[in-house]
Design a protein around this ligand. Structure first.
Ligand code: 6GU
Length: 244
């Protein structure tokens, strides 16, 4: 997958994309990330990319032309067989989800424009296939949001995660939260690892983990239970949890 990130703060990205799993994915040739400075597409000698809003009001608006020219520069030569997804990060976008990450992970070419200021000139909005927010809070800019999107997407590309890092057990993988985990030592500050996990009984362990995952989801994110793909066994576990 090739990802082009268009930003006015390229310096924010270098550490975030070169460490850990994203760094390794690039070394393995599974992922290529290019960072582009939107200021290079400015129309004036001060390299400005924003201006005052027509109609007045607070803040600045990103101008259409630098964004349009920057997007053109990375989309005029096609990568792969399908047209790219061109994503704008904005708190006014559609909420990013694990489902969206899966969809993006099946693409060959993503272009992500990091939104700023009060917003962007609406006339350039036709270049975007997606406008995405990462949640109901406001960031100082779209850079961190775009890193979140790239990270959540890239780890779903086949081969990016090793076997030991498999996405199968993730919270949200099947629509509910993950179960609790324990490692050595077996006793820590007077607290024991749950007995079942050292019992060697794999079926008991499976049922315990599923029960804990459902318990957590019920307590913390009951909304997820309305859309999760629950089995008959899950429903039975939930009934018994609710009757306790
Ligand atoms: Cl994509 N951008 C900004 N500035 N704030 C956000 C966001 C994006 N998603 C949530 N908050």
């Amino acid at each position: 997958m090739h990802v082009d990130i268009l930003t006015i703060f390229p310096g924010m990205f270098y550490g975030a994309i070169s460490e850990s799993i994203l760094g390794r994915a690039q070394e393995q040739g599974l992922l290529e990330i290019s960072i582009h400075d939107i200021r290079n597409f400015s129309q004036d000698k001060h390299n400005s990319v924003d201006d005052y809003p027509f109609g007045g009001g607070p803040g600045m608006v990103m101008q259409a032309e630098p964004i349009w020219a920057a997007v053109q520069s990375v989309t005029s030569a096609p990568y792969g067989s399908r047209p790219p997804r061109v994503i704008l990060t904005t708190p006014a976008g559609k909420q990013f989800t694990q489902e969206m990450a899966k969809e993006f992970a099946s693409e060959e070419h993503l272009v992500i424009v990091c939104g700023h200021y009060e917003g962007i000139d609406e006339r350039v909005s036709d270049v975007f296939t997606d406008e995405v927010s990462i949640g109901d809070f406001v960031l100082t800019g779209g850079e961190l949001a775009s890193m979140v999107i790239v990270d959540a997407t890239a780890r779903l590309i086949p081969g990016v995660l090793g076997d030991s890092e498999s996405a199968k057990g993730d919270s949200f993988y099947d629509g509910i939260l993950d179960y609790p985990h324990y490692t050595r030592p077996r006793q820590w500050r007077g607290m024991d690892v749950p007995e079942v996990l050292v019992s060697g009984d794999h079926e008991k362990i499976r049922v315990w983990r599923r029960t804990e995952a459902l318990k957590r989801t019920l307590m913390r994110r009951p909304d997820l239970l309305e859309t999760a793909a629950l089995t008959d066994e899950d429903r039975q576990i939930l009934r018994s949890l609710l009757n306790q």
